[in-house]
Write a protein that binds this ligand. Sequence first.
Ligand SMILES: [Zn+2]
Length: 568
Amino acid sequence: MAISLKRYLFFLLLIFLYPITANSDDYFNRITMASDGRITRFDHSPITVYISSPDVPDDIKQSYVDDIEYALDQWSSISEGQLKFQRIEKEDADIRICWTNKLLSPEGDPLGESSLVQFSQNKFYVNVSILIKGIPTSATSVHKEIRTVALHEIGHAIGLWGHSKDVNDVMYLKTKAMYPTRRDKETLIKLLSYPNGSAFHDNAISELKADISENAYAPHLHLWLGSVYADKGYDDLAIQELTYTLNLDPNFLKAADRLARIFQKEGMNQKAIQYYRELARHEPSSGLFGMIGMLYFQQKDYPLAIDYFQKAYYLDNSNTAVKNNSLTAYHLWASDLIKSGNPNGAISVLNQAMIRFPSSRILYYDLGTAYDYKKEYEKAVEYYKKSLELEPSFEPAKKDIATCMNNMGAEQIQNKNLLAGIDICKQALIWDPNCWQAKKNLEIANLELGRQKQESGLMDDAIVYYRSVIELNPNNIDAYVGLGDAYYEKGLYRESIEYYQNALKIDPNLQYAKDGIAFIKRLININRAKIAGFFIILSTAFVFIAFLLYRSLRNKKTMNNGIVQSER
Ligand SMILES: [Zn+2]
């Protein structure tokens, strides 16, 4: 009886306690703190995992891989069958585990790091880095530590994007846990009951604010809060938090990136400028001026961008980033002016820039482009060459020199200065052997010269130029016809026919070549007939002479016979 009363009281106690503990016995409210306030988990099964080979001696590699397998098994075993992992040997897995001997992120996990690489709410993967401290070993104490870290980091990877406040939990920041606790399990099961993308911004915001009240200067907390605000659409608050993050840690790239993504939204730029100018008025700094410069730069307001970059550089001349930005602003400013048909404006901007950046390859090249646009090719070439002196491997300058040379050559050819044109176009091909325009102009000039020589009766010279044309373009019909004509004039009929035939190979309907061949063939036949006639006459003459000779011999013989006969 006493026992059953005790039992009764125990159950009563449980019934009263259960609802209280059940509500607070997970840290679900904290699992979207680092994932923009949204459930971010793989909702397919199995989740693929790639474990890269640790950089340790071969005989102990497996012990490191086993630690990861251990962590995966632990999470799988408390998921009520909902989490299945599949190890694959391809690097494009959902979870990609690598080993490192140096952690870079300031976010806090002391021995490992999980980073979400997100393309959209449904498309992402997770990189997990596990720190290998000191000399690799298979010692149990070391691997206990790695298992603890792996358990924690894989917890993030499967969707627990926050830290528990209970020291016993796997998801406690500086955890020592070897096994997930009941709280870890409850949180996981609750997580798995929500689809990926479910919004819990307000939970994340209140948890982050509570954490910040205890630890006001942790950059990662402000980054997370700013990111949640941004996801919720509270841009002003997001900008404020992210700017504060960058004040705490100017090198926190994730914060700068998040901030830039907010400003990329339409209409945000002007707001941001106002915000930073106000800040800079109270507390001018190189960083703030640089940021304002950047915002003007994004708006393509180059004069103001340059102005602010200069101010930033003036306050801190170790800030080389603003110096580079200023150069880029000059470059883009000039490029825009050229594109909008104002090369003179570009030249004056570039000359102004040259005072600050006297040995910039980019500025010399831009000056070349501006003069190129104005068709002042000699000047353009001069500047292109200067840019090449500063960077000899800068290919675009070589191509542009070739184009300018070609244009100069084309002008000469148009003005009938054919030899000068050929000379310049040949130089263009030295700068860029693939400059097809120069090849085309050389072809035209050589053909024209061939015709001129032919008209002047200088067939050998004409042949040289026509051959040059064919070297440049083996399909130039006019050059083959020209060669056909020139060889005809020289009386070399076989060669002449050959070249007309070449022309016909390219254009089988070319009547001129057909007529040419027919004419030469007739000519040859007439000549043959003449020769044949000559031989007929000659042989007739021989026959006649032979007949006469025969007759005269026969007469003599007859006379002799007569003599002999008369003696008898
Ligand atoms: Zn963590």
